[in-house]
Ligand binder design. Structure first.
Ligand code: B1H
Length: 800
């Protein structure tokens, strides 16, 4: 996109005038943001139209990425970057007396996801557009995103996230692309004159699905793809149907709020409604679009790939079967063949409690026709596979079992590909969670390690680093992050290493300013910034990090005059509102922060900063300032992790268990550039097998650890009498499910090493460099190119 600065200024002022009928000095940053958003859309409009047209005329195979969460972050800067407009706009605004950095802060951050799963979906949309893949997102336009988090007296309090209050400048409502989604009622199969059966419906609850489209701008390539988010509304009332208030509310509720639970399946009817709502609307719109341009359904699988991001969109499988058979007269066999060719599924977790299942009664009541189809899939699976694999295995792996619809199994059976998100995770899927189906369909299983977009996580979040890199290795890494490895030539360039530490310092100053402003707390910028940002979950073991803080605290208290390398421990984490234990940990962190931060003996040497309301925008400030990246989940529990990749790309060294993609990060950067520790998956599984883990032995055998655990209940930490006891009991009475005590010693050994190593800044920055250099392997473009080649079979641009 080329536009001169002068042209931009004219356009911008015209936009202000049109929208607000006033002059610039009468507008707020929000007004300016909205005007700028409109203008950016106007500049990008031709690309969006051209992209859609080109896909049609070239008969490009479309990829539809279905996800119940998308966590895109603010879009202004991302769009400016990808349209190559940042400099023009920054200068133009400056000449008008405005500050782009102030305006960008006025944009609400759409929190339409919980964590890594939703953020991954957003990174992949950006990558698809940037690789010129005909990629579409399909999800839900939640009226309220993930709750806003406050701390009151150290406790998490949730407030609604009214992100649409001022409208959303990036979306277009497309009511003419609406469709009807049916729930409940009765369905029977009516014989037709031609001998086929056609389902008849009675007493269904019909919901209108209205799409809101958001343009997804590719990087410097004039491609703009579409993210389609569905909103539930009352159907157009041509026949004057009466809707009671309860019925209206029920419709309204479908897309009202994002389920705030990460890695836990609640099994509630409303959630199932959400899932069918956006999958049905999405599949209907895909089929409608296809039929507008093709005759018959036979080429459908050549033209369409549907990706199932975790099990939440799995109903695309029976829904496509339904449309193909009921509306487009396909036989079961043709419909099934097409469906399997089209569908692919990514699994994101092996946690038992996150694996979705639905009670048959609930499922059948809400989705009677879909249930018939699932039951038929189940019947045929059993009939076909039992002679080959035996009744036991088939019973264990069929879509229906124990009175439940088992979504992961349905997803595998109805897809041609199933992938995990890191090599270790994929192996565990094959060995453990999906072992039975792996025996039946070994050829379907493959790995696709997660990736992140460095456009957002380095170029936008860390401009000082990006400029420093440009100055040494040129700017081609911005297109092809693998080129970052050429940085290794500067490992021994003292000047460059000094620059890296200056960059880090500048980012720490920015974070320190935010902390001072939001928390009223001063943190020094020469301390080690030790960062753990991710959802609060027992398996992620924020508790282990707290133990390190307590260790450091006791060390200072015991020897107030002994040397101590200053540290700032930084947390960002939301707990699911119903996750009692996670909330207790939040209270603990805040209580420890309160204790440590106000102790005059400790002074500025040790600080604990728990920044509330962690999300994409906060991550963009915290991650560039990190020295240490805490990736300390119990081995086997974290499928991949993606903050580990973001922190790596910003030059943080990983303090990490051998879990998820940590394994690959450690390998890529070299173990000597990270701090690996802790039980391996094999060791964790050995404990499970033998049942011989005894948390108490670790407690008794380590006086330092015992003191820390005891401090949870002995009054050392004020204000946690209830929570301290709960956590204490989880460790000693309930035997420490996540092996915190077992990993304590090796974790702390590495923490001590970190304090020592940090004092040699040259050596430290050399290792930061090694991390940055190796991070290119985790670019989202590379990950998505592998999906395109191996799974979706669509062409894409090459990065080199
Ligand atoms: C991940 C989820 C998840 N895995 C259920 N599973 C949800 C499960 O609302 N729900 O019901 C929401 C989210 N999220 C994460 O996915 C993994 O824990 C990370 O390790 C991984 O990096 C990320 C992306 O693959």
């Amino acid at each position: 996109m080329t536009v001169t600065c002068a042209q931009f200024k004219r356009d911008f002022l015209a936009e202000i005038k049109t929208l607000y009928a006033t002059t610039l000095n009468d507008t707020s940053p929000l007004d300016q943001l909205i005007a700028l958003g409109h203008l950016v859309r106007r500049y990008d409009g031709p690309n969006w139209a051209k992209t859609a047209r080109a896909y049609q005329t070239q008969h490009r195979k479309q990829v539809y990425y279905f996800s119940i969460e998308f966590l895109p972050g603010r879009l202004l800067m991302a769009n400016l970057l990808n349209l190559n407009l940042v400099t023009t706009v920054r200068h133009g605004l400056k000449e008008l007396g405005l500050d782009l950095d102030q305006i960008r802060q006025a944009e609400p951050d759409p929190a339409l996801g919980n964590g890594g799963l939703g953020r991954l979906a957003a990174c992949y949309l950006d990558a698809m557009a940037s690789l010129d893949i005909a990629g579409n997102g399909n999800g839900i336009r939640y009226r309220y995103g993930l709750f806003k988090q406050l701390f009151i007296n150290g406790y998490q309090v949730e407030m609604p996230d009214d992100w649409l209050r001022n409208g959303n400048v990036w979306e277009t409502r497309r009511e003419n692309k609406s469709c009807i989604v049916r729930f409940g009622g009765h369905v029977w199969l009516q014989p037709q004159a031609n001998g086929t059966l056609k389902p008849q419906y009675r007493d269904t609850d019909d919901v209108l699905a209205v799409p809101y489209d958001v343009g997804i701008v590719g990087y410097h390539n004039s491609v703009t793809n579409t993210l389609r988010l569905w909103s539930a509304e009352l159907p157009p009332n041509a026949d004057h149907t009466y809707y009671s208030q309860a019925q209206r509310d029920q419709i309204d509720d479908i897309t009202k709020v994002l389920y705030p639970d990460d890695s836990n399946s609640a099994g509630q009817a409303l959630r199932l409604r959400q899932e069918y709502f956006f999958t049905s609307a999405g599949v209907q719109s895909i089929v409608r679009h296809f039929c507008a341009h093709h005759h018959g359904m036979r080429t459908f699988a050549k033209q369409v790939a549907i990706h199932i991001n975790d099990t939440h969109p799995t109903l695309v499988i029976p829904e496509l079967m339904r449309l193909l058979m009921d509306e487009h007269h396909c036989s079961w066999d043709l419909a099934w063949a097409l469906t399997r060719q089209v569908m692919s599924y990514t699994n994101h977790t092996i946690l038992q409690e996150a694996l979705e299942t639905w009670p048959v009664a609930l499922f059948q009541g809400l989705l009677p026709r879909i249930y018939q189809i699932v039951a038929e899939i189940d019947r045929r699976y059993r009939a076909q596979k039992t002679p080959v694999f035996g009744a036991a295995l088939v019973d264990q792996t069929a879509p229906l079992g124990n009175g439940q619809v088992r979504m992961a199994y349905l997803a595998v059976i109805g897809s041609h590909s199933v992938n995990g998100v890191a090599p270790l995770h994929t192996e565990l899927l094959k060995k453990d969670v999906l072992h039975g189906l792996y025996q039946v369909y070994p050829e379907r299983f493959n790995n696709k390690t997660n990736g992140i977009t460095l456009r957002r996580w380095v170029q936008l979040a860390n401009p000082p680093l990006a400029r420093t890199l440009d100055a040494r290795i040129g700017n081609l890494w911005r297109r092809n992050p693998r080129l970052l490895k050429t940085l290794l030539a500067y490992q021994y360039d003292q000047g460059f290493l000094t620059e890296l530490s200056q960059v880090k310092l500048a980012n720490k100053q920015a974070l320190a300013a935010l902390v001072a402003q939001r928390l009223g707390l001063q943190i020094r910028t020469d301390a080690i910034y030790d960062v753990q940002v991710k959802r609060l979950h027992a398996y992620k073991r924020q508790l282990l990090h707290v133990f390190e803080i307590l260790r450091e605290y006791f060390q200072i208290k015991d020897q107030p005059t002994a040397p101590f390398v200053p540290r700032v421990h930084i947390f960002g984490a939301k707990a699911a509102p119903s996750y009692h234990y996670a909330k207790a940990i939040i209270k603990l962190i805040n209580a420890v922060a309160n204790l440590v931060n106000h102790d005059p003996v400790v002074g500025s040497r040790l600080k604990v900063v728990f920044i509330p309301n962690y999300g994409v925008s906060l991550a963009e400030v915290i991650i560039p300032a990190a020295d240490v990246s805490e990736q300390i989940s119990t081995a086997s529990k974290e499928a991949s992790g993606t903050s580990n990749m973001k922190l790596m790309a910003n030059g943080a060294l990983a303090l990490a268990t051998y879990d998820g993609a940590n394994v690959d990060i450690i390998q890529a950067a070299g173990a000597k550039n990270e701090y690996p520790f802790g039980l391996t998956v094999a060791e964790v599984y050995r404990y499970y097998q033998r049942g011989d883990y005894r948390a108490r032995d670790f407690y008794r055998g380590n006086p330092e650890l015992k003191r820390i655990v005891d401090s949870l209940v002995d009054g050392t930490i004020p204000g946690i009498s209830t929570e301290g006891r709960e956590i204490y009991d989880s460790l000693l009475r309930y035997n420490d499910e996540f092996f915190v005590l077992a990993d304590y010693a090796s974790y702390v050994a590495q923490q001590r090493q970190i304090s020592q190593d940090y004092q040699d800044q040259t050596a430290w920055q050399r290792r930061a460099l090694a991390n940055i250099a190796a991070s290119g392997a985790f670019g989202a473009d590379l990950a998505v190119a592998r999906y395109a080649d191996d799974i979706w079979q669509v062409p894409h641009d090459r990065l080199d």
